[in-house]
Design a protein around this ligand. Structure first.
Ligand code: ATP
Ligand code: MG
Length: 217
């Protein structure tokens, strides 16, 4: 009746593109999270673990990526880490792709190597002696073997290098980061209200909407 024709759609590719994140954030639009940011800065800047891996987990939309963007763009971090790299992992924990994605910002160009071993060796050369902050955002699954291989290479960075992982899955967080595993806390009442007002009323003057507060309560 509607003249519909069935056709194959690659749902995974579509979902993946849609979920891609990057390190850019407009700090003035972020509500709260300052206290959590200071706590994380303190841990990462004073830690003397070989390679501290800090995992943040929590349900979708809770603000894990936003919080990590806030931390990533913190001035103190920019000064401390000569190299900061943001990789969106999402559903695709493919070691070749991840190794290339970590290497590309260092080289400023795509990497032409295809095989995994040469790729990992090249990454090791690039990271040796460098102090880096690596974000692996939105990890969906725990691939212990793949992660162990990558982690071994990451350990060749200079002392003080660190990794931040974000994931919805607590188990993934615990497996990837044995020491620092943090559930993403909720925003305070005040920050939540502020965020709601920002989204609901945008640039409107307070006089225009303040009478609605009584209805909400
Ligand atoms: N503290 C905040 N202040 C203002 N907006 C926020 C804050 N935290 C999150 N948001 C907004 O909420 C939305 C979801 O946040 P975010 O993508 O960080 O969640 P997430 O926990 O990473 O979700 P997912 O598990 O789907 O990756 C985004 O549009 C983001 O801009
Ligand atoms: Mg996210």
């Amino acid at each position: 009746m509607f003249d519909l024709t069935p056709r194959a759609v690659d749902i995974t590719a579509d979902t993946y593109d849609w979920r891609l994140t990057n390190s850019l954030v407009n700090e003035s639009e972020i509500c709260g999270r300052r206290k959590e940011k200071e706590e994380l800065l303190k841990i990462l800047l004073t830690n003397d673990d070989d390679l501290p891996i800090y995992a943040i987990w929590g349900m979708g939309g809770f603000g894990k990526t936003t919080f990590t963007q806030l931390v990533y763009n913190e001035e103190k971090f920019k000064q401390q880490f000569g190299l900061r790299i943001w990789v969106c992992v999402s559903t695709d924990f493919d070691l070749r792709r991840l190794t290339r994605a970590i290497m590309e910002p260092i080289d400023g160009a795509p990497c032409d190597l295809q095989e995994l071993v040469p790729l990992l060796q090249r990454l090791q050369q690039k990271l040796t002696g460098k102090k880096f902050l690596l974000v692996l955002d939105d990890v969906w699954k725990d691939y212990t073997d793949r992660w162990s291989k990558l982690k071994e290479v990451l350990r060749c960075g200079a002392e003080g290098s660190a990794v931040i992982v974000t994931t919805r899955n607590e188990m993934v967080a615990r497996r990837m980061a044995a020491t620092f595993v943090q559930p993403m806390g909720r925003l305070s009442e005040e920050d939540s209200l502020h965020l709601f007002q920002q989204l609901a009323f945008g640039m409107r003057k307070k006089e225009e909407w303040v009478h609605l507060e009584a209805i909400g309560v």
